[in-house]
Design a protein around this ligand. Structure first.
Ligand code: ZN
Length: 169
């Protein structure tokens, strides 16, 4: 089955995703497909809700920027955050064309599972910590634009209307 990106306004993007229960071949194939979609769209992170699947699956690929990280994480949970809050410009394949600074903790610990069902933990900072937080938000139905001040978000009313219509194409 082939999956496609969905955009701001799509219902799955607003949902709490379900944890994955079965670690099988289908799951592995789905993450491979997510890596392909990311690559084609020049994305560095993708969460399953962004292709209309309300499951707790995240893929991250920073290899194009030579940071080497290419990973899939299942049922990820942020279990610790640093006390600071730093700005970083974010964008999103589900909200194309909009880029804004978002404040988030600089370092985090993420616990989850590999596609084979093995427990994994990432203690991370920098871009990877940022992508993790952005993608894990997707699993809770939260978009990066939900973190923006109301007056900044309002500036994008027109753009967001246009993006909503992309779901019908
Ligand atoms: Zn996103």
């Amino acid at each position: 089955m082939e999956h496609k990106l969905v955009y701001f306004g799509n219902d799955t993007l607003k949902m709490q995703s379900e944890p994955v229960q079965t670690f099988n071949k289908e799951l592995k194939e789905l993450t491979e497909e997510m890596f392909d979609i990311m690559k084609k769209s020049n994305g560095i992170g993708l969460a399953a809700p962004q292709i209309d699947i309300a499951k707790q699956i995240v893929t991250i690929d920073l290899s194009a920027e030579d940071r080497g990280e290419k990973l899939a994480i299942i049922n990820p949970v942020i279990t610790d955050i640093s006390s600071d809050s730093v700005p970083f410009e974010e964008g999103c394949l589900s909200v194309p064309g909009i880029y804004e600074q978002v404040m988030r903790p600089s370092k985090i610990i993420v616990d989850g599972y590999s596609v084979d069902g093995k427990k994994v933990q990432y203690k991370t900072g920098g871009v990877l910590a940022r992508v993790f937080q952005h993608e894990i938000d997707h699993l809770k139905g939260v978009l990066f634009i939900d973190h923006l001040e109301e007056y900044i978000r309002k500036e994008y009313t027109k753009e967001l209307k246009k993006i909503k219509k992309m779901n019908k194409k």
